[in-house]
Write a protein that binds this ligand. Structure first.
Ligand code: SAJ
Length: 424
């Protein structure tokens, strides 16, 4: 089987290499000369555990090569980005998906399968992609099999989840679904769930929306509890003892290219109906501002000068800063205050400090915005180099905080006080 993948990013690359590992001949296509050059030279341009080894093996076995142009094959997989459009509700911008589809059209032959993996707004496969293919004279379901197979993999665990997650195979016809199942059956050990293409599209969006709405509930609880002087984290712990309750964890906001983006695709299609989904987005988008306010309160109470931001990535142990609330917090602090702002993220190239030690030395406040493992245990010797050892752990992930003289979380943030003068 020859697979042509269009888009070699966080999804297209691991998917290509997974097909290659399981015996398919894979041509990965990307518009970026840099990405194509890197990959053919054996270098992986993104941080994801296991990928470098998969690439080395695929290149050595001549099962994978990267190219700027699509070519003929049996299966075409489109895995290109779908950002929010710059319209009222941030609808799904299908520009790249349409361009990728147009790019493969001249290569299509009867019997081929076209798979859309990109996250798309409901009805896109049938209303937009199918007509593009049919205008070339093919009949979808008879000559070309068209399927929407949304990805569900968690960054940081992509290679494991590609194999073990259940997978929705949304065919335009039954035959399309069957073809999709055959193709993913090459490596997927989870269940292959047949569905209509439109069901697959909306299910994918609802999975991320479910999480976004639940995180919004936790973030709203933080704001309520902060006003009432109640520890939100203890409330969550207690409430989750109920057998049918699973409150999510609050944080500095919701980042990444999924939860912070996909719910708008639903809102844009049905704004009158998607009120809760929209409101949840508003709550989560407000969290960076809430955090900045609390940071200002802490700094004011302690008359500090330097703030150290620990973590810029949108979540722990990844290098991805897309939609990261940490970046918004840094920008707001830089714009609205005269404090010295120092950032440190070992995964992100352009942070200010190059080590935890240089980041914290002489600082007045450490704010943890990303739960990287390296921040979970901060050595006492480093904490002692701070001018005022105050921690604001927005991810509630730092262990053994005794060396900090004040330790704030989203649970106790209503109790900000001035620390003893002798440490200032
Ligand atoms: N977050 C919280 N509280 C929580 C959980 C997460 O504030 O209780 C925040 C994280 O810090 C991060 C954001 O939410 O900023 C998103 O992180 P995540 O780990 O929930 O999800 P992603 O964006 O890395 O991956 C999601 C996954 N979807 C679901 O869990 C439903 C993944 O399975 C999808 O494949 C991926 O989106 C995608 O590509 O759509």
């Amino acid at each position: 089987m020859k697979v042509v993948t269009v888009g070699l990013g966080y999804i297209g690359l691991p998917t290509s290499l997974m097909f290659a590992k399981h015996g398919a001949e894979v041509v990965g296509v990307d518009v970026s000369e840099r990405v194509v050059g890197f990959l053919n030279a054996g270098q992986v341009p993104i941080e994801e555990p296991g990928l470098p080894e998969y690439l080395t093996e695929a290149l050595a076995r001549k099962k994978f090569r990267a190219s700027l142009k699509p070519e003929r094959g049996d299966v075409f997989i489109i895995a290109v980005p779908t950002p929010n459009a710059l319209d009222e509700f941030g609808s799904c911008d299908l520009t790249y998906v349409k361009q990728a589809t147009e790019a493969i059209l001249p290569c299509l032959e009867t019997g081929n399968t076209v798979i859309i993996e990109s996250t798309i707004s409901p009805r896109t496969t049938e209303d937009i992609i199918q007509p593009l293919i049919e205008k070339e004279g093919f009949r979808v379901g008879e000559d070309i099999y068209l399927v929407h197979c949304p990805e569900r993999v968690l960054p940081g665990q992509i290679l494991h989840e590609l194999v073990h997650n259940n997978r929705i195979i949304g065919g335009v016809t039954e035959k399309c679904t069957e073809k999709g199942k055959e193709i993913y059956g090459l490596f997927v050990k989870g269940e292959l769930l047949g569905a209509a293409a439109s069901t697959a599209e909306l299910s994918k969006l609802m999975e991320n929306t479910y999480r976004d709405v639940n995180i919004a509930l936790a973030n709203e609880l933080v704001q309520i509890s902060s006003k009432l002087g109640i520890d939100a984290l203890s409330v969550i712990e207690m409430a989750n003892q109920h057998p049918r309750v699973n409150l999510h964890q609050p944080g500095p906001g919701v980042g990444g290219h999924c939860l912070a983006v996909d719910p708008y695709f639903i809102v844009a299609e049905a704004p009158e109906e998607a009120k809760l989904i929209y409101q949840a987005r508003q709550i989560n988008s407000h969290m960076p501002h809430f955090i900045v306010q609390k940071v200002l309160d802490i700094m004011e109470a302690n008359q500090g000068e330097t703030i150290t931001i620990l973590g810029l990535a949108y979540k722990g142990n990844v290098d991805d800063t897309r939609e990261s609330p940490a970046l918004q917090i840094v920008n707001q602090l830089k714009k609205a205050t005269y404090y010295n702002i120092r950032t440190f993220d070992p995964y992100v190239a352009n942070s200010d400090a190059y080590s935890l030690e240089t980041a914290l030395s002489n600082s007045d406040l450490a704010i943890v915005l990303t739960d990287h493992d390296i921040f979970k245990e901060i050595p006492e010797s480093i904490i002692n180099t701070m001018k005022t050892p105050i921690l604001f752990d927005t991810k509630n992930c730092v262990l053994g905080c005794d060396a900090f003289h004040e330790h704030y979380t989203l649970g106790n943030i209503s109790n900000i006080r001035r620390i003893s003068k002798r440490y200032i």
